[in-house]
Write a protein of this length. Structure first.
Length: 113
């Protein structure tokens, strides 16, 4: 079975797992999802998703420790407040506007609200 990744937030839809808590049974193919399907994490529409191919594991000699920014670990998205997520999405929308990516800009504007 295939997997699809949300190009906005990185959520991965796995056809073999489905999303039982949203009423999407395991084994539901991408084509059989409703056209009004949205990402369960960020609310992005179905056309934003792209086919996902798993990357081979990194060699053991590669440093796989968490990324650091300003000597602190970057917080996972789940630990950000709604205000922080809104500010991030608003900034991303402005960047998309500059690049004339109107569909993405509209999606980020919806998320920031």
């Amino acid at each position: 079975m295939r997997k699809f990744i949300c190009s906005i937030c990185g959520y991965i839809y796995d056809e073999s797992a489905g999303i039982p808590e949203k009423g999407i049974l395991s084994g539901t193919t991408w084509e059989n999802l409703s056209d009004i399907f949205v990402c369960p994490v960020c609310g992005a529409p179905k056309p934003v998703f792209k086919p996902y191919e798993e990357k081979p594991e990194a060699p053991s000699s590669v440093n796989t420790s968490p990324v650091k920014a300003n000597s602190e670990y970057i917080e996972p998205l789940e630990e950000l407040s709604l205000g922080e997520i809104s500010a991030i999405c608003s900034s991303l929308a402005k960047g998309c506007e500059k690049q004339r990516l109107t569909v993405e800009m509209e999606a980020f504007n919806k998320l920031s609200d």
